[in-house]
Design a binder for this molecule. Structure first.
Ligand SMILES: CC(C)(COP(=O)(O)OP(=O)(O)OC[C@H]1O[C@@H](n2cnc3c(N)ncnc32)[C@H](O)[C@@H]1OP(=O)(O)O)[C@@H](O)C(=O)NCCC(=O)NCCS
Length: 410
């Protein structure tokens, strides 16, 4: 295979299920995916053809990139977002500019459609910075042995935990999730199809050796304040349990709901180890447990955010303080964002005023959800403070009361 850029590359949205399947298989093959017609049909209910780009060379599909159409919860708001997913290039055509062409087409489409943000989970941290994405949230996984699940302070559960069937979960859980989204930046909206296909539907091939998904709700006077889903992976060795409890999701609209749901999950009998992932670094479990060290938290990158339209994106969130700030933004990949932007009264507009901070669009994406401070970004060399005190001013505006939390990889 000769190297160099592909001169005959064509990128466009797919037009039928066959093209859709080949686009998805560009990454699917790395997962050993079997692309049955039924499976692809189901997936196309979540990504319509016009949001699935594919790349062709010499008549064959050699890459694909899709984008869910959802809203991302941002501090005090909810912003339409291009949820980038299934980015892949066939191994025969790697490092010849195929992904770059797909990113170009995808971000141009998001811009044309007026989507202020794009967001993604990266398979590797080194890939997406060059396209303007900034690391906006950290998250991590825990592995907790059952003997270390004691809480630091005694408490009585304030409401009831009730096991429910998946059919009831489908009806009762989505409004609770929406309530949590209203509180927590970083969560994407799930439509009815998503709930059905991605959350409640529970085919064998998604269980990874564990049992079916169990659902519980946390109810106070008939109102549901939280829920959890989890799986058991049973095991015994020398007559002693080695079973795992895998928490898929545990969310609550009140602190009591989150605390009592975790107390329920950690107390389930016959479990040797509890596992959960995608937890933000300020999750209350770190303060609730007597021995947080035993959680063996391993933190990495979570959501990556790209401001597709700086003005619209900055105007789409709420700010924690009054005041104004002028950013001078550089953006190689989406030059329409370049220049000076003044944020004042919650609205960002182009300005001729002098810059307070000079930064690349990646830095603004990193700070956007309020999880990574401008101070931290400055210490990492990711911005230039032009006016003294501007970093502190930006932090007073952008800071939020909690770290962004995206509880699901999309
Ligand atoms: C990652 C992947 C999509 C890259 O596709 P590609 O067509 O080889 O990428 P391109 O040739 O367009 O590369 C564009 C740039 O990204 C860089 N790049 C590509 N893959 C990279 C990687 N895995 N790590 C770091 N840099 C990478 C290239 O070096 C190039 O850099 P440049 O801008 O300095 O020239 C492809 O290798 C792949 O499908 N990998 C397996 C699946 C995967 O990881 N998908 C991403 C899901 S989030």
């Amino acid at each position: 295979m000769p190297g160099g850029l592909l001169i005959d590359l064509e990128v466009r949205p797919v037009q039928n299920l066959d093209e859709f399947t080949n686009g998805v298989l560009s990454i699917g093959q790395y997962f050993g995916m079997v692309a049955t017609e039924e499976r692809m049909q189901r997936f196309s209910n979540l990504i319509p053809f016009e949001r699935m780009h594919a790349a062709w060379s010499n008549g064959a599909v050699v890459g694909g990139a899709g984008a869910f159409d959802f809203n991302l919860s941002v501090p005090g708001g909810d912003v339409r977002t291009s949820g980038v997913t299934v980015v892949g290039v066939t191994p025969t055509h790697r490092r010849r500019g195929v992904m770059r062409a797909l990113m170009r087409a995808q971000l141009d489409a998001a811009h044309e459609q007026g989507e202020p943000l794009a967001a993604l989970w990266a398979s590797e941290e080194t890939i997406y910075g060059r396209f303007g994405y900034g690391l906006a949230a950290f998250c991590g996984e825990i592995t907790l042995d059952h003997e270390h699940t004691a809480f630091a302070q005694p408490f009585e559960p304030e409401a009831t935990v009730r096991l429910i069937e998946p059919e009831e979960a489908l009806k009762r859980v989505p409004p609770v999730f929406d309530g949590v989204r209203a509180l927590w930046p970083g969560m994407f909206s799930r439509n009815a199809t998503w709930w059905e296909q991605r959350e409640v539907s529970d085919p064998e091939d998604r269980r990874d050796g564990a049992g079916p998904k169990r659902w519980v709700v946390y109810e106070r006077d008939g109102a549901i304040e939280g829920y959890a889903s989890y799986r058991h992976r049973m095991g015994f060795e020398a007559g002693v349990t080695t079973a795992e409890l895998r928490i898929v999701e545990a969310l609550g609209t009140t602190p009591e709901a989150l605390r009592d749901l975790w107390a329920y999950l950690l107390a389930i009998d016959w479990i040797a180890t509890v596992k959960a992932s995608l937890l933000p670094p300020d999750h209350p479990i770190f303060l609730l447990l007597a021995k947080p060290r035993r959680l063996r938290y391993r933190m990495g990158d979570g959501l990556w955010v790209r401001l597709v339209d700086v003005g619209k994106a900055l105007s789409g969130r709420t700010y924690a303080a009054d005041g104004s700030i002028v950013f001078e933004v550089t953006d190689d990949f989406c030059p329409w964002n370049e220049g000076r932007w003044k944020l004042e009264g919650g609205i960002a507009e182009r300005t001729k005023d002098d810059a307070d901070l000079k930064l690349p669009v990646q830095t603004l994406g990193a700070a956007f959800l309020g999880g990574i401070s401008f101070g931290a970004l400055q210490r990492a060399g990711r911005l230039v403070e032009v006016m003294e005190g501007a970093v502190a001013r930006a932090d007073a505006l952008f800071g939020w009361d909690r770290h962004p939390w995206c509880p699901e990889i999309f």
